[in-house]
Design a protein around this ligand. Sequence first.
Ligand SMILES: [Zn+2]
Length: 387
Amino acid sequence: MSRHLAISIFTFFVISNFHTRAQFNLPQDSIEHVVFLIGDAGDVEDKTDKVFNLFLRQIKPITKKSTVLFLGDNIYPGGMPNKTEKGRKEAEQIIIHQLNRLKQSKAKIYYIPGNHDWNKGKKGGLSHLLNEEKFIEQNLGNVNLFIPSNGCPGPFKINISDHLVLIALDTQWWLHKFKKGTCNNISTSEIINNLKTILDHNKDKNILIVGHHPIITKGDHGGFFTIKKHLFPLTHFNKYLYLPLPIIGSIVPFYRKLIGNKQDVAHSRYKKMIKELTNAFKTYDNLIYAAGHEHNLQYYDKGSQHYIVSGSASKISDVKNLKSPHFSSNKKGFFKLSYLKNGNIFLQSFGIVNGLEKLLFQKMIPRFDKNITTHNLNPANYVRISR
Ligand SMILES: [Zn+2]
């Protein structure tokens, strides 16, 4: 049986059996490369260990052809302070904890920055970011794997495999008010032009773009707040503070939905960034944009383009319950993308539910073809396993 036939039969088997809600193991020889998306992992205590254990178990059989992407907010609360400053030791320990676990695998590792790595966007954030970049790269053999480098916005391109191109962006660069990397005084229109040039040169490949800030989100930063947060806003500070404050409790949610702070989608700077990026993406197919920032798991199916939020490696927050073909979960976890040799992508999300490791969602993303688009509309093509 030819490999293509075997993969086609497997794809049909997966799609037609999704209703059984079973986990499927891909034939090893069908996989070209596997990417793990781990976001907001910077709150390390023992509590992240369950996510890391689950992740290490997933990565084990495929280590040689796998890549781990840390999607920013790698160190809470404020990136890596200078050597003599308070908090430096704790920041180093967070990275050492992450790397010690990962050194057990042979996966390639890349880090991208988030707003917390830039010291929460405060003045002097650049030095915290550069400290983090230097420390991580020194600990991994002085290879350039903190991307984009030097407080610059990117796009930074890496050919992950023959048919997969990774493009890293520093989205906090767009939002940051204070000193940034010099980067030849690059403008946002130059960034977009550079991005489009990379996309033009790689139209025949799968594209994975990573930036810390989501382009679509139904979490706090997107202005979504549960009824509980509207009625009992003090539970945000203490989970037992059930003091009903209707109307007053809605002020913050409405502010964040309509005006927003700089880290919210509604803020004018953030909105401008989304507009420029989505304009750049819109004519390209087979594109996934993956982010962190929200402490939950989200997936949006937009036909030839797909949007992922994977920011619950160490913290969790509420998210709107998304209906198919989309998916959301407020559990700790991560996404796994298996890029197959036939161009399809097997997307899975794993998480911790009531202390147990669970497959939350899986979906075969067929390679997009403008002439055959109906597969993206087939409801049998995806399944929510658990929430
Ligand atoms: Zn963030």
